[in-house]
Write a protein that binds this ligand. Structure first.
Ligand SMILES: [Zn+2]
Length: 91
């Protein structure tokens, strides 16, 4: 299995999108930007994965406002994010 079956977007392009993804999750992008980010997520697996992880972290953080987040789970999520980031940087 290869991450390069399709022509992969450049790493710097993805870095720009990763900034946007944070705002995308928070619904802080206007409609045009949302469309662009969503299109990129459709075509870029590493970014889609990052997007899923960001949402997971957000829900954990949201939950941890009322109760302490399970530190083991949190560590696992943070480790996964680091792995995905490394993969994106290597792309
Ligand atoms: Zn990407």
């Amino acid at each position: 299995m290869s991450a390069h079956d399709h022509e992969a977007p450049s790493a710097s392009e993805c870095a720009d999108y990763l900034d946007q993804i944070v705002y995308f999750i928070d619904n802080e992008l206007d409609e045009a930007d949302c469309t662009v980010v969503r299109a990129h997520l459709d075509s870029c697996n590493p970014c889609l994965e990052k997007y899923d992880l960001q949402r997971t972290v957000k829900s954990i953080v949201a939950r941890s406002c009322s109760e302490p987040a399970p530190s083991e789970l949190r560590a696992k999520v943070l480790l996964r994010i680091r792995q995905v980031q490394v993969r994106i940087t290597d792309a």
